[in-house]
Design a protein around this ligand. Structure first.
Ligand SMILES: Nc1ncnc2c1ncn2[C@@H]1O[C@H](COP(=O)(O)OP(=O)(O)OP(=O)(O)O)[C@@H](O)[C@H]1O
Ligand SMILES: [Mg+2]
Length: 362
């Protein structure tokens, strides 16, 4: 996948800019608060996804402007595409993101998903190691949703069942034959839950060699990272017995306490839990390994390597780790932001400078 050009208008602090990344490494440098991440976020919008910083659509529009636009020329899956993401709406109404691909109105931006693919690393993703299991489940689910359209339906069905069962558990004592209804839910949950869990495990197994291999390379072979999925049930027995056994606990808690919506995967470095024991640089290296493996996995499945968007990626890493990452960036289209352009002096990357929302090609 290649981003040939991006034009933005009224995007956060960027009044207007044209950005033409190289086919390999492109660096956006600049001081703090100048708009580097904003530009990277505008590239990300072309995937159809929402802001990776969790921003609301209205926050993407430049202050005092009525709308924002990010329009990209991309090349991938054997075709060239022009993706125009528009953020706007009636004055006073809620803002929304809509998209046109090659002039055709697709409606909501998410409908264009799959035309342009990218993998983003932003410092907030460090929560993949440090944070709650929810973030790790989201990592797997988001990748699976992009790779297998059927997974979206499956996950939605499972999540809806959990929500409905939670509502029933809350009103358990007021509901006639609540146990009979719970039996019905459990039967459906056991089926879709097992499918969700199986898909996640299959995906993690696919990218696991890439994660551990990349970590080994980042650490120059001196440390070993291991990943272990922690399913909520034994595959031979299925999810049904677990749901049955957790019934009393569920009723007491008022929500579903067991199942794939509570699953997790553990990350350890040299046998110790990364969440608790890893240093800043080790945690960052682990997240980067996951992200690089996510991109490699997408290539394995779709044949197209996503564009890498790496926000402030090299800080906290020692020189050896930085050198390894820089060498990785030379093979794929990668767009990185950095305060210190010196880090990239040894590479042949194209360099831009962002200053007060104005983009300068260097
Ligand atoms: N909707 C908006 N309208 C105008 N300005 C905005 C809007 N949203 C964000 N900004 C401004 O954009 C500026 C640049 O943000 P950005 O996160 O891109 O900086 P950065 O160059 O990545 O900095 P750092 O090196 O600290 O990460 C911020 O100062 C912020 O106030
Ligand atoms: Mg930034």
């Amino acid at each position: 996948m290649i981003l040939k050009a991006l034009e933005v208008e009224n995007y956060r602090n960027i009044p207007a800019a044209r950005f033409e990344p190289g086919r390999e490494l492109t660096v956006i440098c600049g001081k703090n608060g100048q708009g580097k991440t904003n530009l990277l976020e505008a590239v990300w919008l072309l995937t159809g996804g929402k802001s990776f910083r969790g921003a609301k659509d209205a926050e993407l529009i430049r202050e005092n402007a009525g709308y924002a636009v990010a329009e990209g020329e991309t090349q991938g899956f054997g075709k060239e595409s022009r993706i125009r993401v528009f953020v706007g709406g009636q004055p006073g109404a809620r803002k929304a993101r809509t998209v046109r691909v090659n002039g055709v109105d697709y409606g909501r931006a998410a409908n264009a998903a799959g035309t342009f693919t990218a993998v983003v690393f932003d410092p907030g993703h460090l929560s993949l190691v440090k944070g709650s299991p929810e973030g790790r489940r989201r990592f797997l689910d988001a990748a699976l949703c992009q790779l297998y359209p059927g997974y979206v339906t499956l996950l939605r069905r499972y999540s809806r069942l959990v929500t409905q069962k939670n509502a029933l558990l809350k009103s358990y004592w007021q509901t006639p034959d609540a146990n009979g209804l719970l039996d019905v839910f459990d039967e459906k949950l056991a089926e879709s839950g097992a499918a969700v869990s199986a898909k996640r495990q299959e995906y993690l197994a696919l990218i696991e060699p890439e994660i551990t291999g990349t970590y080994r390379d980042i650490a120059s072979g001196s440390e070993t990272l291991a990943i272990q999925y922690e399913p909520s049930f034994e595959p031979e027995k299925g999810l049904a017995p677990v749901l049955r056994e957790s019934r009393a606990r569920d009723i007491a808690a008022g929500f579903c306490t067991a199942g794939p919506h509570r699953e997790d995967f553990s990350i350890s470095i040299d046998g110790r839990a990364a969440k608790v024991f890893a240093s800043q640089g080790q945690q960052r290296s682990a997240v980067l390994s996951l992200k690089l493996a996510e991109a490699a996995g997408a290539q394995k499945i779709t044949g197209e390597h996503p564009v890498m968007l790496l926000d402030d990626v090299l800080s906290e890493l020692d020189e050896t780790r930085q050198s390894y990452l820089l060498s990785r960036m030379e093979h794929r289209q990668t767009i990185v932001t950095a305060c210190d352009p010196d880090l990239f002096r040894r590479t042949s990357g194209r360099v831009y400078r962002m200053e007060g929302g104005i983009l300068h090609a260097l």
